[in-house]
Ligand binder design. Structure first.
Ligand code: DGT
Ligand code: CA
Length: 363
């Protein structure tokens, strides 16, 4: 799931001073040049009804709200960061894998704790919303999907205080009528370009010849747009700071549940990951596997071992164990498989990495 706090800075201000609730609240970055110079950082949904939104000049916001009892406040980043940290601590407890993105958003992989059930995930999402409301007096919007791409778009569908569930089998129907600009990476310029090619919706994009997309946008972006339009996304949810990792993914010749077939491919991936590690002189402590199922849902399993190692056999054995366990726990058919080594260290730099990790800020 992707969780996004609603009108975050403005909601923090409402939390700090509940007497402003019910009024338009506008949080501003004052440039200091003259009294009202600067831009709106964000506004609550009441102010948005008057056309006030992120990025517009403060003077314009004041004009739009001139006949109403509105509240204008300067940004207070330290306070928002404090609130954000408390929320993130709650969220981390509800996830198998957790990834904060920005100050008010996070991805939660909850596949294991819900046994992959959308019904249980819906209950969990409702519980998380309630926890954040009762413990932090904040509302948020949650999107649930088979992968990060779908979850992110789903979270934007019903705001504020929304919960949007998109199951693996509904992805096509969900995405196809949406404007292409909903996809990450499709900005104004790309949107225009696509429009000239007759592509307005994600469905149009999905039906468009991949080869021509590649010709127009290049191989990497072209195939990304193609996959995104089909709701395909293999990116695992991973804690920032664990980001330094080596991974390889490949597509199986056919969808399968046969362990031998999967292991044969996984062993090859291990060799490739190992070669990259060797090249950089890195040891690993964590090993993960990834399965993209025939229904395009994404599954991951990880294991962290006690001491960093450089041993290829340890990598292969851990990967085999994880796939064996995965096939026992899950009844999906594998379409693509991946192997990742993370928690990487260069032995002599271990101390430094630990300090960096604790010293780094989250946003
Ligand atoms: P939402 O999620 O649509 O209910 O509203 P927000 O305000 O939470 O918007 P979001 O999630 O895009 O951004 C999170 C915070 O980041 C927001 O509360 C203020 C800040 N922010 C967003 N856009 C801008 C901007 O254009 N300028 C500045 N200075 N800050 C921004
Ligand atoms: Ca937000």
């Amino acid at each position: 799931m992707l969780l996004d706090l609603d009108y975050f800075y403005a909601q923090c201000e409402e939390k700090r001073n509940p007497s402003i609730r019910g009024k338009p609240v506008v949080v501003c970055v004052y440039s200091g040049r003259s009294e009202d110079s600067g831009a709106v950082s964000t506004a609550n949904y009441i102010a948005r009804r008057y056309g006030v939104k992120s990025g517009i000049p403060i003077s314009l916001a004041k004009q739009k709200l001139k006949d109403v009892d509105a509240v204008f406040l300067p940004v207070d980043h330290p306070f928002y960061r404090e609130v954000s940290e408390k929320v993130m601590a709650i969220l981390r407890n509800h996830a198998d894998q957790f990834e904060q993105v920005g100050i008010d958003e996070a991805y939660l992989d909850v596949t294991q704790r819900t046994s992959g059930s959308y019904e249980e995930t819906k209950e969990l999402a409702a519980r998380i919303k309630k926890d954040i409301l009762t413990q932090q007096e904040l509302t948020c919007s949650i999107g649930v999907g088979p992968n990060k791409l779908v979850a992110k778009i789903a979270a934007d569908m019903q705001k504020p205080d929304g919960l949007t569930m998109i199951e693996a089998g509904q992805v096509g129907r969900f995405l196809s009528p949406l404007q292409v600009s909903r996809l990450v990476g499709v900005g104004r310029k790309t949107e225009k370009k696509m429009e000239n090619m007759g592509i307005r919706t994600v469905g149009d994009l999905a039906g468009f010849d991949v080869q021509r997309l590649v010709e127009v946008f290049g191989r990497k972006l072209g195939s990304y747009f193609h996959n995104a339009s089909l709701g395909i996304d293999d990116e695992p949810v991973q804690e920032r700071g664990e980001a330094e990792s080596m991974s390889k993914i490949s597509t199986l010749k056919e969808n399968t549940r046969k362990l031998e077939v999967i292991i044969e491919e996984a062993d090859k991936l291990c060799d490739k990951v190992y070669a990259k590690l060797l090249d950089r002189g890195l040891s690993f402590r964590s090993v993960s596997i990834l399965v993209v199922a025939s229904d395009l849902s994404v599954h991951t399993r990880s294991k962290t071992i006690e001491n960093p190692t450089k041993d290829l056999e340890v990598l292969k054995k851990t990967v085999r164990d994880l796939f064996t366990k995965f096939l026992k726990e899950s009844d999906v058919e594998a379409r693509r498989v991946g192997v990742k080594a993370s928690n990487l260290t260069k032995e002599e730099q271990k101390q430094k990495q630990i300090t960096n990790f604790f010293g780094s800020s989250n946003d």
